[in-house]
Each structure stands twice: as structure tokens, then as C-alpha cells.
Design a protein. Structure first.
Length: 459
């Protein structure tokens, strides 16, 4: 099949929802499904010489778009990627492929979101989309105001994101129809939900194929399959199924390594705008799932590359066979750099303008508070062993005294911790009381939290 390559750039925020429902907490899609591009071209349905072959036969496949960062393709994070839930101090972080783990790594956590650079030779480059949330309301035309009880929210992909997608075209498709596909896509400027308002503006251009081959030729009997799109499989009776034995004909239970797979599934009902109705429910294996098969022949591997299951025209059924990012047992994660405080320091200059003096006072007050918080956390990390036998209720009493109407609150705190059942050691008393009242109150708030965490990483 020929491959037409297109780049798509978001010129505004884009809303792509995982469900066509209009109520509830609706999660956004993390990718652009191929059905969106099919829909753009389908507006010219009657202009094609053979519309059935273009839209219904699977001879033309509108593939899902992959994220494009610095001219490199990023793929949905595989569900086989896990990392340690708890790291020791100064321990380097790694991502582990579930199907290649052969040692006890302790408690692991699955990576479920984001996109990865296929080149993992120098570590894992992970990118997560930050969605923009906005609250909206339906408009009441008669009363010329917002409709009562008709509030809803959108999580939108941000303006500026770039993607790349393919349109795979069989050699039997006529050149005129191919040209019409290209022209229609390049002249399409809207994508997603709420296109008539502030969302949905895009720019699509045909591009050169700079895709690097990321598939490997393995020689052992295991084949690792990455779902580069959703998979809609059916069994021998034509009913939807999630069993990978139905990927292609000829597979048996002995070919499936169920224990090594990491698969996520979902179901949804698609809305057909032309028919003005929902179609039947689809049961699918999600993009990013990892399937492991045993003892495949070279013919079976080639058959898998051609696409599996239903809805091939919409980009479903796209598989990567033995991609390199599934063949490494562990991949190093880059260290997270701590955000450095950027401050111009305290302002000492006196201004003639009262507004500037007010802003100066706010700025200096903010810096004082930050310094106070840093000092408190440093105090807690240094002295938590000293106060390990102090109960949370005692810290609570100290907080109450700090917020009370006593004239000399430090004296009241000293009375409380130096007598009765709550009597502290002399060192405990002096170490705490050798600070001002605001400092003591913050310590009383944060010390119990640090003790509950075991005294580590109090900040």
C-alpha cells in the first residue's frame, strides 16, 4: 500500500472526547483517531469515482495521529511500562517492561498516560499533554442569558501541539481519487467537538516520510506486539471479543502468552452525524496495549502487519511487531530537576507612589513567608528524632494556644509543655521555644505530618 504522510498543527485548543455522552465526567482522548480524518474526507463522498472502496472496503486506511515533537514521532506509552512505587534515597529511577521482568523489584506502578520517544538508547523521554479546562453554559435564546442547570466543562488539548498521521492507500485506488483525498485534507481546517465556537482550528499539510523503522527482527520464539491503534476483534460467530487468539486465523491457545500481556480495554458507542444516531456499541482493546505471542511463523507476522479486526478504514487494527522500546528490560528515567526559585530579592527602595510602595510591601512579605517555610522544614528534618515521642494531640494543643486570645502565648506554651502529663524534656522545650510564635505554629502544623510519613522528605 502507498502511504500518504500529513502533519497537523493545532491553531486553537482542541476538544476530543473519549465518549459521545453529554453528562458526567467525560475523559478526553489522548490521541487523534483516524475516524476524524475519514470524516473530513467523507464530506466529498459523492465526488469520488468509487466511494465504496475509499470509505468501506479497507483499501484506504485513515490512521491515528501520533504526537510530533522536534520532528520526532512519539508513541502512546505502552501499558507494559512499570516503575518502582517507592524509591530509596538517591536511587536512580527506571522503567521496566513487564514481560521482561525476571527479578523481585518490590511494589511497581504502571505508567498509563503520556507519550514516549521510540529511541530509548539514552533514556526515556516521556511527554504528557496538559489539558486546558473551561466551564461552559448553554445559551437561553429567549431570555438572552445562560440556561439554568445547563453547565458543562471541556478538557481541551492546548494550541500549538503538532501531530503526524498516515493515509494508507491500496495500489488499486485511482490517482484522481488519491489527489482528491490530499486536497480535501489540506483544505480541512476544523477538528473535534464545539468546532463552531472557540475550539477546533487546525492546519493540515502533506509532509515527507521521515519515519524511522523502530521494529526489530527478533530470532527467539516470542513476539511482542504493540497496539498502535485501537483493536476491534470478532470471534468465529461475528461477535465482539477481547481474546487475542482472534487477531488472525490460525492462532491457538498455545500461541498466546496471557501472563506476559498488559492490555487495557474499553467500550463506547459512536455517533454517526450523517445518520443522526448512535451506532452499535464497540468493544475494543485500547491503543498502547501490549500482546505477547509465541512461535509465530513469518507469514503470520506479515499478516499481522496488514491490520487486524474491524474498522480498518478508521485506523483500527494497526500493530507494531517487536518495536525496540518493548525489547529493553529496563530504561532509565531522567532525573526531575527541582524548580529553582527565581526572585529579585527584597526591594529596599522607597517610592513616591503609594501603589508601588504597597506592591513592594506585598513582595517583601511574600519572601519573608517563603524564608519562614524553608526554615520550618529544615528545623523539622533536623529535629524529628528529638520529638518522636511527642503525640499529635500535644502538637494540636500548641496550635490551639497559638490561635487563642492569650496575651503572652509563648508563656502559655511553655507552661503546657513543662508541666503535667505533657511534660517535655528540657532540650525539647528549649529547641522549640527558641523561635518566634509564627515559627512555632508552623512546626506544630507540619511536625505530625512528617512523623506520619516516617520522618523522611518532610518537605
Amino acid at each position: 500500500m502507498k502511504e500518504l504522510i500529513f502533519n497537523i498543527e493545532f491553531l486553537s485548543d482542541i476538544v476530543l472526547q473519549a465518549s459521545s455522552n453529554t453528562e458526567g465526567n467525560i475523559e478526553p482522548l489522548e490521541f487523534i483517531p483516524g475516524s476524524n480524518f475519514l470524516g473530513m474526507v467523507a464530506k466529498r463522498y459523492k465526488d469520488f469515482s468509487d466511494s465504496f472502496n475509499i470509505f468501506h472496503s479497507g483499501l484506504v486506511r485513515f490512521m491515528d495521529a501520533n504526537l510530533l515533537i522536534n520532528n520526532k514521532l512519539y508513541y502512546k506509552t505502552p501499558y507494559s511500562y512499570f516503575k518502582k512505587k517507592l524509591l530509596k534515597e538517591n536511587e536512580e529511577a527506571y522503567v521496566y517492561n513487564h514481560h521482561l521482568i525476571n527479578k523481585n523489584l518490590g511494589q511497581l506502578k504502571q505508567l498509563r498516560k503520556g507519550f514516549i520517544d521510540a529511541d530509548t538508547s539514552s533514556g526515556l523521554n516521556l511527554y504528557e499533554i496538559r489539558y486546558n479546562y473551561s466551564q461552559k453554559s448553554s445559551h437561553d435564546k429567549k431570555r438572552r442569558r445562560s440556561k439554568t442547570g445547563n453547565m458543562f466543562g471541556y478538557k481541551a488539548m492546548p494550541k500549538g501541539l503538532k501531530w503526524q498521521f498516515k493515509v494508507k492507500v491500496d495500489n488499486s485506488i485511482k490517482d484522481d481519487d488519491i489527489k482528491l483525498i490530499i486536497d480535501t485534507l489540506e483544505n480541512s481546517t476544523r477538528l473535534g467537538k464545539s468546532k463552531s465556537s472557540e475550539y477546533g482550528k487546525v492546519k493540515i499539510t502533506q509532509a515527507k516520510d521521515n519515519t524511522k523503522n523502530i521494529e526489530s527482527t527478533k530470532s527467539d520464539n516470542l513476539t511482542y506486539i504493540y497496539a498502535n491503534s485501537r483493536l476491534a476483534l470478532i470471534d468465529e460467530t461475528g461477535n465482539p471479543t477481547l481474546d487475542p487468539i482472534h487477531l488472525i486465523n490460525g492462532l491457538t491457545k498455545e500461541n498466546i502468552a496471557y501472563e506476559a500481556m498488559q492490555v487495557k480495554t474499553s467500550n463506547y458507542r459512536q455517533y454517526n452525524n450523517t445518520m443522526r444516531t448512535h451506532t452499535f456499541e464497540r468493544v475494543v482493546i485500547n491503543k498502547g496495549s501490549v500482546i505477547v505471542l509465541k512461535n509465530l511463523t513469518s507469514e503470520q507476522k506479515e499478516k499481522l502487519k496488514e491490520g487486524v479486526g474491524l474498522f480498518l478504514s478508521e485506523g483500527f487494527g494497526d500493530l507494531l511487531i517487536n518495536p525496540k522500546f518493548l525489547l529493553e528490560s529496563e530504561i532509565k528515567l531522567p532525573k526531575k530537576e527541582k524548580n529553582k526559585k527565581e526572585s529579585i530579592g527584597k526591594i529596599e527602595v522607597e517610592f513616591s507612589d503609594n501603589t508601588l510602595n504597597y506592591l513592594k510591601a506585598k513582595h517583601n512579605s511574600r519572601l519573608d513567608k517563603l524564608d519562614l517555610v524553608d526554615s520550618v522544614y529544615q528545623f523539622i528534618n533536623e529535629n524529628i528524632p528529638l520529638y518522636k515521642d511527642i503525640k499529635n494531640s500535644q502538637w494540636g494543643t500548641i496550635r490551639s494556644i497559638c490561635l487563642s486570645s492569650f496575651e503572652n502565648k509563648k508563656e502559655e506554651i511553655e507552661k503546657y509543655i513543662s508541666s503535667g502529663k505533657a511534660k517535655w524534656s528540657k532540650t525539647q522545650q528549649e529547641t522549640l521555644l527558641n523561635n518566634d510564635l509564627n515559627f512555632i505554629m508552623l512546626v506544630a502544623i507540619e511536625m505530625p505530618k512528617a512523623q506520619d510519613r516516617g520522618g523522611k522528605n518532610a518537605k
